[in-house]
Write a protein that binds this ligand. Structure first.
Ligand SMILES: C[S@@+](CC[C@H](N)C(=O)[O-])C[C@H]1O[C@@H](n2cnc3c(N)ncnc32)[C@H](O)[C@@H]1O
Length: 272
């Protein structure tokens, strides 16, 4: 079993941006209230509300927990505070470092699909917005090995329901295929909740942040643009592919469209 190679999963710049630039320890959407203002404090509260919902949903009788795609280790810290015997897993080398600063419990530096767990070791496996990165069959097959009989797999993530929605359809598992794979691998749904509406507001927040970054870039380049308009035009031309890529990604921050073509859902599965 080898350590992850140097690909996106082992050094995710977007996740580093959320933590190191925006100061977010939690790397998931969150559960917003309808009347929440679009502020960083409200975002952090929405993320904490989401995390507490997951922690409150851990079935009684669970003790040994694996947090798959554990991010910076924040949920593991809170699992430990609640008395669980916790282990983290992530292929990301930066997250390995953050985790070690916070916790002295096992960290498995792997992609879940490459992880060879001890059979029947865990009572509950949590995948908080990490399931989408793992090939769907490997999610259920590998969790089936790792869980004790009657153990639980908790998945909270977004799924694609409309495949004709361009770039928005490119991230997240196909919802129907995901549920079919769960059933085919002998899992039973014991709890389910659709949080699409409550989660989508994070995209409004993302849009606000993106607009502010663009506004700042505009302000800082104003004088240069006026003084050296030809050079600025040339630099812009050189960067045209990157600019086009960024423009193409803007629909990803459209909360209304997200709610139309995707579903953000919580599932608690019981292994047969
Ligand atoms: C959006 S973050 C969510 C982090 C954390 N669970 C949370 O809720 O804040 C996705 C996580 O999945 C991890 N990940 C990416 N590919 C993975 C894979 N193939 N197997 C396991 N984890 C993976 C990332 O490194 C990151 O920790």
């Amino acid at each position: 079993m080898s350590e992850p190679q140097s690909d996106k999963a082992s050094n995710d710049t977007a996740l580093r941006f959320y933590r190191d630039v925006l100061g977010l320890e939690r790397l998931h959407y969150g559960i917003w209230n309808d009347d929440d203002e679009l502020t960083f404090d409200a975002l952090k509260e929405a993320q904490a509300r989401y995390e507490n919902y997951l922690l409150d949903s851990i079935p009684d009788g669970s003790s040994k927990i694996l947090d798959v795609g554990c991010g910076t280790g924040e949920m593991c810290v809170n699992l430990q505070k609640r008395g669980y015997d916790v282990e983290g897993l992530s292929p990301d080398r930066n997250q390995k470092g953050y985790f070690a600063e916070k916790l002295k419990v096992p960290f498995h530096h792997f992609k879940f699909e490459d992880f060879e767990p001890e059979a029947g070791k865990y009572d509950c496996i949590i995948m908080s917005e990490s399931c989408q990165y793992i090939p769907v069959n490997r999610v259920f097959e590998n969790a089936a090995v790792a869980l004790r009989p009657g153990g639980h797999l908790m998945v909270c993530d977004y799924f694609v329901v409309d495949h004709e929605a361009g770039i928005l359809s490119k991230s997240g598992h196909d919802r129907a295929a995901f549920l079919k794979a769960a059933e085919g691998n002998g899992y039973k749904i014991v709890k389910q909740r659709d949080i699409t509406h409550e989660a989508a507001k994070t995209l409004d927040m993302g849009k606000l942040i993106a607009d502010r970054i663009l506004m700042a870039a505009d302000m800082f380049t104003e004088r240069f643009r006026k003084k050296h308009s030809w050079t600025f035009g040339f630099v812009k031309w050189l960067a045209r592919k990157k600019i086009k890529k960024m423009e193409d990604q803007l629909p990803l921050l459209d909360a209304k469209r997200f709610s139309e073509v995707k579903r953000y859902e919580f599932y608690l599965f019981e292994k047969a």
